[in-house]
Design a protein around this ligand. Sequence first.
Ligand code: FES
Length: 106
Amino acid sequence: MPSLTFIQPNGERVHVEAPQGQSVMEAAVKNGVTGIVAECGGACSCATCHGYIDPSWLQEVGAPSEDELDMLEFANEAKENSRLCCQVVMTEALDGMVIQIPSSQG
Ligand code: FES
């Protein structure tokens, strides 16, 4: 099964299994990863599932949709590698991806 590694703001690494078809947000929430709040439950309307995709994975993840880009404007400290974790769906190709969790969610 594909897996993900989340890096907490304090540097702690959290490794979780993430089945294909599940969003990165769902994988985080189901495994109790702190820092991914997901207030809207994955509807792309809260920006509290913000994460920084490790730059080496950006090409594989692909570009965000217009809706996601609009919502990312509400994320705290958004960067070029920011994504909303509810909008990134797991595939085998994303096995091993690393996501940095921001110090706070907007
Ligand atoms: Fe709300 Fe992702 S969970 S935007």
